[in-house]
Design a protein around this ligand. Structure first.
Ligand SMILES: Cc1cc2nc3c(=O)[nH]c(=O)nc-3n(C[C@H](O)[C@H](O)[C@H](O)COP(=O)(O)O)c2cc1C
Length: 493
């Protein structure tokens, strides 16, 4: 079944036994964080939660239930994307990007369904009325503080929208972008937009500022889960997230035009906040915010969004997440990207067998890569290639290992890496752009990176000693022990 809206996703989660409804009143001021954090830290990511009676900071109940941790497990992430597993999606991406010339007529015909599938992806304009525009608030009628925005952590600068899809358009190419950037609620119709300088929304804003033009922005709260995930994916600026979401869900996303700008938003959205940024205006202080590094990100200056309209469903569901010390829900969103983007990374770096960003590395701090090493210096080539690709450019430490190492098991990766390195010989430092959230770099968004070549060293790389074999039991002994295992009376967990 295609999930067309957030409420479809809630229904699917409930049917799969993945959702807990919380009818007890719970405050949006830190209490929801504490409850959700305990769940997210439990085995497998805990359940998705629907807080049916979130209490506003004023003490009044909110009319809108809060959905949190909806993407926070491997199973729910696959459910969100309508696939049995993330690897299955990766293999669909792989077959799309495999441009091999098919053999014979049968091979050619077998490619046709793939191409036909592509043609069904582009987002479509909705006909008739859109559920996301059932209720319309304009100008003085608007007070965005009516929604149950979370105050996540004690040191946060205020209430935040934590799970939005932020829609902007490149004024030059006309390409749309959808990004997941947190937004601080600063007043009834004022929001601070935390798009970091390396992100596409920020690039659109710089272009608008250079032209001196007002920038329309649409903020969508809750839509089909594939589109919500797509907002978090590091797609190249030329790729429309709704096209990607259409590919993932095998069905186009239906869009409707905003009421106060030409931007388009999902017709099935729960809430849409329309507004604009005036580049002539001063930036405003945003933050601090308890961030996904596990530390507070410091307050800094970001653009102010003026709200011009709010449109929504009558019984809107409010989506939220929290970030903080890992693991959190965002690990599963990032992990989906890790799996789905592997075939795309391999387009330019085909020697990559697998890669993994463990939860405690908070994405940009640590990347393990397994490669099929074919020539001296190969590990350095791969690191340099990764530091040249999209948001991989922000990776702080990259560890390259041989193909047989299961890099999805960080303990195994570290075990082999630490054995294989001569620290002085096998580590190198370079400079580059650094994640906005990195609090240790020498400059803001500028600093060093470390590469570790943990592959087996070759004579051409100056290693002339004998390299030992890995210990593995022989198959004959394993079979003998298998045959007598039951009789041994040993029970292993
Ligand atoms: C829960 C969550 C919160 C995020 N918050 C922000 C944020 O506040 N600012 C930001 O620039 N990126 C944030 N990101 C990362 C972006 O969503 C991600 O880099 C995405 O690729 C950006 O889209 P873009 O490439 O179209 O700019 C967040 C990601 C997640 C999963």
């Amino acid at each position: 079944m295609t999930l067309d809206s957030l409420r479809d996703f809630v229904r699917a989660l409930e049917e799969a036994g993945e959702l807990v409804r919380v009818s007890e009143p719970v405050s949006v001021d830190r209490e929801i964080t504490e409850v959700a954090d305990r769940c997210m830290k439990s085995a497998g990511g805990g359940p998705a939660l629907l807080f049916e009676r979130p209490m506003l900071p004023s003490g009044a109940p909110s009319r809108y239930p809060v959905l949190i941790n909806a993407f926070g497990s491997a199973r729910r992430m696959a459910l969100a994307l309508g696939a049995p597993s993330l690897d299955e999606i990766a293999s669909r991406v792989q077959s799309l990007v495999t441009m091999a010339v098919p053999d014979g007529m049968a091979g050619k015909l077998s490619m046709l369904p793939k191409l036909a599938e592509l043609a069904t992806y582009p987002p479509a304009r909705a006909t008739g009325s859109a559920p996301s525009q059932s209720v319309v608030l304009r100008e003085q009628e608007i007070d965005v503080r009516l929604f149950p925005h979370l105050v996540c952590w004690p040191g946060d600068g205020g209430p935040y929208i934590t799970m939005p899809m932020v829609i902007t358009r490149d004024p030059v190419s006309g390409t749309r972008n959808v990004g997941l950037y947190r937004i601080q609620v600063q007043g009834a119709r004022e929001l601070a937009m935390h798009w970091q300088r390396h992100k596409v929304g920020a690039a659109h804003w710089r272009e608008m500022a250079a032209r001196g033009e007002r920038m329309p922005v649409a903020i969508v709260l809750g839509a089909d889960p594939a589109s919500m995930y797509a907002a978090s994916a590091p797609l190249p600026p030329s790729v429309d997230e709704f096209l990607f979401a259409g590919f993932l869900r095998r069905s186009p996303v239906r869009l409707v035009k905003c009421l106060t700008s030409d931007l388009e938003v999902p017709a099935e959205a729960e809430v849409v906040i329309e507004g604009y940024i005036d580049p002539a205006e001063d930036l405003v202080m945003e933050g601090p915010f308890g961030d996904h590094t596990g530390f507070y990100s410091l307050a800094d200056r970001y653009p102010l969004v003026h709200v011009t309209a709010v449109t929504m469903r009558r019984d809107a569901i409010y989506p939220a997440t929290i970030v903080g010390p890992p693991p959190m829900e965002d690990y599963y969103l990032g992990h989906a990207t890790e799996r789905i983007f592997l075939p795309l990374l391999r387009l330019t770096l085909p020697e990559i067998v697998d890669y993994h960003m463990p939860a405690y590395g908070v994405f940009h701090n640590l990347v393990f890569v397994a490669i099929r090493k074919q020539f001296p210096g190969h590990a350095w080539k791969v690191m340099n290639g990764l530091w040249g690709q999209g948001l991989m450019a922000l990776a702080k430490v990259i560890v390259v290992l041989d193909d047989w190492v299961n890099v999805r098991e960080p303990d195994e990766a570290w075990w082999v890496a630490l054995n294989n390195i001569d620290p002085e010989r096998d580590t190198r430092f370079t400079m580059g752009p650094v994640d906005v959230l990195d609090h240790a770099s020498r400059g803001f968004t500028y600093g060093s990176k470390m590469g570790i070549d943990a592959t087996r060293k070759w004579p051409e790389e100056g290693f002339t000693r004998e390299w030992p074999e890995l210990i593995r039991m022989d198959e004959g002994t394993k079979r003998k022990v298998d045959a007598k295992w039951a009789a041994l009376g040993i029970r292993l967990p």
